[in-house]
Design a protein around this ligand. Structure first.
Ligand SMILES: [Zn+2]
Length: 177
């Protein structure tokens, strides 16, 4: 087996977190905060469970790391690994927490993310380096298989309802209603 690079090793941890979300029926996105070559916080998307628009994997991981260090400013050198390119909210949170480097796996669809612009904007007098495409295939396969499964379930549900309605209709016909 091919040896994993340092980045891939930590991305694997983010993927592991994403899979936990998957088990709970969430869109599988996972994140970890790394400091001094150790995972110090993990998070996964919990939007459905918590019904919170802010419950993204990155937010969960950053919040946990801040709590751990009892500081909104994370120690210098903290890195964030996330399976999907961060949205503007999570880029904002990373800048606010002074994350120094972000590694993400799958790319968000073109034009739907402002990652590079936000990383370069020097908001809050802090720049975050961003590296995309770490274990990209694995990260995007996880997401696409989730969405394929979801569409399949929706299709089955639709067919089930249709069959039920047809059954009801024919029963009504039989009873002369
Ligand atoms: Zn986000």
């Amino acid at each position: 087996m091919k040896r994993l690079t340092r980045e891939e090793k930590f991305m694997r941890q983010a993927i592991k977190a994403a899979k936990r979300g998957l088990q709970e029926g969430e869109v599988p996105i996972g994140a970890v905060v790394v400091y001094q070559d150790k995972v110090v916080a993990r998070g996964y998307n919990r939007r459905a469970k918590l019904q919170l628009a802010s419950a993204h994997a990155e937010m969960m991981a950053i919040d946990k790391a801040c709590k751990k260090y009892a500081s909104w400013r994370l120690p210098e050198g903290c890195e964030l690994y996330v399976t999907l390119e961060p949205c503007p909210m999570c880029m904002g949170a990373s800048l606010n927490a002074r994350v120094d480097k972000i590694y993400f796996g799958a790319y968000e669809q073109k034009g739907r993310s402002l990652t590079a612009a936000l990383a370069e904007a020097n908001l809050l007098n802090h720049k975050t380096e961003v590296v995309g495409g770490v274990l990209e295939e694995e990260c995007s396969a996880l997401l696409s298989s989730f969405f394929i499964g979801m569409r399949q379930k929706q299709k089955e549900e639709k067919e089930r309802k249709k069959a039920e309605a047809e059954k009801e209709q024919s029963q009504n016909k039989n009873t002369g209603e």
